[in-house]
Design a protein. Structure first.
Length: 379
């Protein structure tokens, strides 16, 4: 602020003319403004969003992302219980009292090995009677053959003797089978997982005596949704992790996919076979198994942030950043996984695009990149 004392009120210019106080004050204010501007040193710069020069437009600060490739395969997590592929509920085939039990829980048995016997005294008696009747019928048939050769008996009598012999033979076979049913033997190489009888108990036909499991083939059965099961196939390898054995990572193989989904939950059962040496490694039926695998494989997809994709009806577009300006470009998109969308056509790896919602941007708009969004795990 300039103050003018009384002696200067009547100042003269170089020609000796009087200069008014108002003019002097105006000159002083203008001079102060120029000095303040020079001292501050502030000038318009590109960083402030201003461009200099004739016809310059302000540039908008934006975030950008570089088009890259990444794995857009979908991950699914499943869990199930380890089970023997083959289990047998061994039942009694005849009624009777249990005489002996030679197998116990945890015992390994071979195919044909005796596990228990049932009292078959009545069946053995019937077998003896059937053998006697068979012998009698055989003698009658031989006598009929001799008489037929001499023409003493008719053809009808001969056929009657022959049929009687066949009936006697069938009767003997029936009782012999029932006697054999008294021996309860293992139908396969297996481990006894349950024992339901003790000597002296009376059992009925079809009553379960033992539970057997073939531990040489262990499987995990899991329920898979209809959206995921269509991407699985028999023979496909999947990693299997056991809670009881975290140090072991097993390689399972999809053995079969059941033909129908469960009506209650719409899940399809998928059976995964564990390696042949799983039992030797310590895997046991009942262990909890977890499977995490990829489906709908898209390991090398070009991607763009989903937020950067604009919509105009059915069309999809992004803004490509080219020489400081936005260029609208239509693209063909594929699947969306989380925050990323697959680009099938329209963009190439390495191009820079606007990383944010393009709805408020326009084609040809001047921009400057102030941040570049990183694509974690891109390749």
């Amino acid at each position: 602020m300039f103050h003018f004392s009384a002696p200067w009120r009547g100042c003269l210019d170089r020609r000796g003319r009087a200069v008014s106080v108002a003019v002097i004050r105006m000159v002083a204010v203008m001079s102060s403004a120029v000095l303040l501007g020079a001292c501050s040193g502030e000038q318009a710069s590109p960083a402030s969003g201003m461009q200099t020069g004739p016809g310059a437009q302000p540039s908008t600060p934006v975030a950008a992302v570089e088009i890259a490739r990444r794995d857009l395969s979908r991950q699914i997590s499943l869990s199930g219980t380890v089970e023997p592929r083959v289990t047998v509920r061994l039942a009694a085939r005849v009624s009777g009292a249990v005489e002996t039990v030679t197998a116990d829980i945890g015992q390994t048995v071979r195919a044909g090995e005796l596990l228990a016997t049932l009292d078959t005294a009545e069946a053995r008696a019937e077998l003896s009677r059937a053998r006697a009747e068979q012998e009698s019928a055989r003698l009658e048939f031989r006598r009929a053959e001799e008489l037929r050769a001499r023409g003493v008996v008719s053809a009808a009598q001969f056929e009657t003797a022959r049929v009687a012999l066949q009936v006697a033979e069938s009767e003997q076979a029936l009782w012999r089978t029932r006697v054999e049913f008294g021996r309860v033997a293992s139908p396969l190489d297996a481990v006894v997982t349950a024992r339901h009888v003790e000597p002296g108990e009376a059992v009925q036909a079809q009553a379960t005596l033992f539970d057997l499991a073939a531990l040489d083939e262990l499987v995990v059965r899991v329920g898979v949704s209809e959206l995921d099961v269509v991407h699985l196939a028999p023979g496909q390898q999947v990693p299997v992790h056991l809670d009881a054995m975290p140090e072991h990572a097993l390689e399972g193989t999809i053995r079969r996919i059941f033909p129908m989904a469960e009506t209650s939950n719409r899940l399809t059962t998928v059976e995964i076979a564990l390696p042949a040496d799983a039992t030797e490694l310590g895997v046991r039926p009942g262990f909890l198994a977890r499977i995490r695998t990829s489906v709908d494989l898209r390991p090398d997809a070009r991607v763009v942030p989903s937020a950067a994709v604009g919509r105009n009806g059915e069309a999809r577009y992004v803004f490509v950043i080219d020489d400081g300006r936005l260029s609208r470009r239509e693209i063909v998109t594929g699947v969306t996984r989380g925050q990323w969308t697959e680009v099938i056509e329209g963009l190439e790896v390495g191009e820079m695009v606007l990383a944010s919602n393009p709805i408020e941007m326009r084609d040809g708009q001047a921009v400057r990149i102030v941040a570049v969004r990183e694509q974690a795990h891109a390749h």
